[in-house]
Design a protein around this ligand. Structure first.
Ligand code: SF4
Length: 165
């Protein structure tokens, strides 16, 4: 059974982008492995995992630093087609670090090219995230995915062979 512990940053990103994509991914229905974006993402993740000795090394962010008693995590993205999804993914990593390491205050930053997005780790946003995580667990347990609806994300989606006729 799918539980909150099965949620990953990638799933959060998909959930914020397309519910159908998130459902397929959570059910281990694999995207087109020849898709360039998927291949690049996997290679980068492998490189980063091998280079880290941090206990949370399964989380795919690039840097954790301490600034004036606060923690700041930074993630560099090669591309950022959906800033809201990137923010949600980083917030999830912040949440895991905050709860796992019992941090009082943690903020985050996503950088892609010249775009920098600051993600503040307030109590309110973590409460909203917790509600979203509970909702996500219920969503994944639904017996079938939401129907295909064409969106601006479909063009670059590795799951499009599961959707477009
Ligand atoms: S092709 Fe479109 S509807 Fe289908 S999973 Fe991808 S983004 Fe979602």
């Amino acid at each position: 059974m799918f539980t909150i512990d099965d949620i990953t940053g990638t799933l959060i990103n998909y959930y914020a982008t397309c519910r159908r994509e998130a459902w397929l991914y959570a059910r281990h229905i694999h995207a087109d492995q020849s898709d360039d974006a998927i291949t690049m993402g996997r290679v980068l993740a492998d490189i980063r995992d091998k280079g880290q000795d941090f206990p949370f090394s399964h989380l795919h962010f690039d840097k954790l630093e301490k600034r004036g008693g606060h923690y700041l995590i930074t993630e560099h993205k090669k591309t950022m087609s959906n800033p809201e999804a990137a923010k949600a993914q980083l917030l999830f990593y912040m949440y895991l670090l905050r709860t796992g390491l019992k941090l009082k205050k943690i903020d985050g930053k996503v950088i892609s090219g010249k775009t920098v997005i600051f993600v503040e780790g307030s109590d309110e946003v973590f409460e909203e995230l917790e509600m979203m995580l509970a909702e996500l667990v219920r969503f994944v347990q639904t017996p079938s995915p939401p129907p295909y609806e064409k969106t601006k994300w479909c063009k670059g989606c590795a799951y499009k062979s599961y959707c477009e006729g």
